[in-house]
Design a protein around this ligand. Structure first.
Ligand SMILES: Nc1ncnc2c1ncn2[C@@H]1O[C@H](COP(=O)(O)OP(=O)(O)OP(=O)(O)O)[C@@H](O)[C@H]1O
Length: 278
């Protein structure tokens, strides 16, 4: 007996709310990095992309917008740094030796293992402060690493900065990740932020000993999605065990791995072509 329960009723239309106040901060270009699904390597991608862009002479800022799981500071070896203000009350991002200035929740916590147990409205305020009250001045480019999925924080950021240059979607080649990537694409379209492109991470395994490439997972899913949805394909990043070792040691892998740097350079070249002109 099903009583009054109606099956097959369409789910309610998602409410994304009114557009938020457009924040003012002094950066030429803003790029949001998102993924439909957790664990696809979004933080690894964001940090290494920021380091790659800085190595090309750009002044790059990195905002880790993952309030609960801020990993970028760990990957850059600055998780024990603290943030300070200047004489005008502006928050100073932490400078790294890679030429990237960083703000992350990690640097505001007493210890790296302290959980952030906040509801949405407080997270929203923190993100607003990370954008508006931080001295990003003079940066050519701000990379914002969003938490996985299409929830509260990605929505807050997209509504705060509707003029962002666009979103990069990071995916892995497995079917579940591809499915979630489509949700991320539809999210970007719903909030009206351009999609700068899609990147396939963990795409092909390169043996650290002989350099031979094997497709452990499938390959090429991102390229197919790019065609299907008519969005740019920015490139792929292979699965490399050195990335895990370096990230765990607090070193962005591109800073010491020329082969990996080549992959990131290709992505960054394709990305820069798609940015709005000044
Ligand atoms: N191309 C790669 N090759 C090998 N390991 C990788 C690669 N990309 C990411 N990893 C590893 O996969 C794990 C997850 O990566 P990362 O933390 O960047 O994912 P994420 O998408 O940001 O996760 P979350 O959803 O928790 O924010 C890390 O251990 C990272 O070192």
């Amino acid at each position: 007996m099903t009583g009054n329960i109606k099956i097959n009723e369409p789910p309610p239309r998602p409410q994304i709310g009114p557009p938020g106040k457009s924040l003012k901060y002094n950066v030429k270009h803003t790029i949001l990095v998102m993924s439909g699904k957790g664990g696809v390597g979004k933080s690894t991608f964001s940090t290494n992309l920021a380091v790659t862009l800085a190595s090309q002479g750009l002044k790059v800022g990195l905002l880790d917008a993952d309030i609960s799981g801020p990993d970028d500071a760990k990957i850059l070896g600055i998780e024990n740094e603290k943030i300070y203000g200047d004489e005008n009350g502006k928050i100073l991002p932490v400078e790294t030796k890679y030429g990237v200035n960083v703000i992350s929740m990690a640097m505001t916590l007493p210890t790296f293992d302290t959980p952030v147990i906040w509801r949405g409205s407080i997270r929203h305020k923190a993100l607003q402060q990370f954008l508006e009250d931080v001295k990003w001045d003079g940066r050519d480019l701000l990379v914002i690493d969003l938490p996985p999925g299409t929830g509260d924080e990605p929505l807050s950021i997209c509504q705060m900065i509707p003029n962002a240059d666009g979103i990069i979607i990071v995916i892995t080649p497995q079917d579940v990740a591809l499915l979630d990537a489509k949700k991320a694409i539809n999210f970007a379209r719903k909030v009206n932020i351009p999609i700068l492109g899609i990147v396939e991470n963990m795409s092909g395994f390169i043996c650290p000993h002989c350099g031979y490439e094997t497709d452990i997972f499938k390959k090429g899913g991102a390229e197919k999605i790019a065609q299907e949805y008519n969005i740019p394909y920015l490139g792929n990043i292979p699965l490399m065990p050195e990335i895990v070792e370096d990230s765990d040691a607090g070193i962005p892998a591109v800073s010491k791995n020329e082969k990996l740097m080549e992959f990131f350079k290709k992505v960054s070249e394709n990305l820069l072509k798609n940015l709005k002109n000044d």
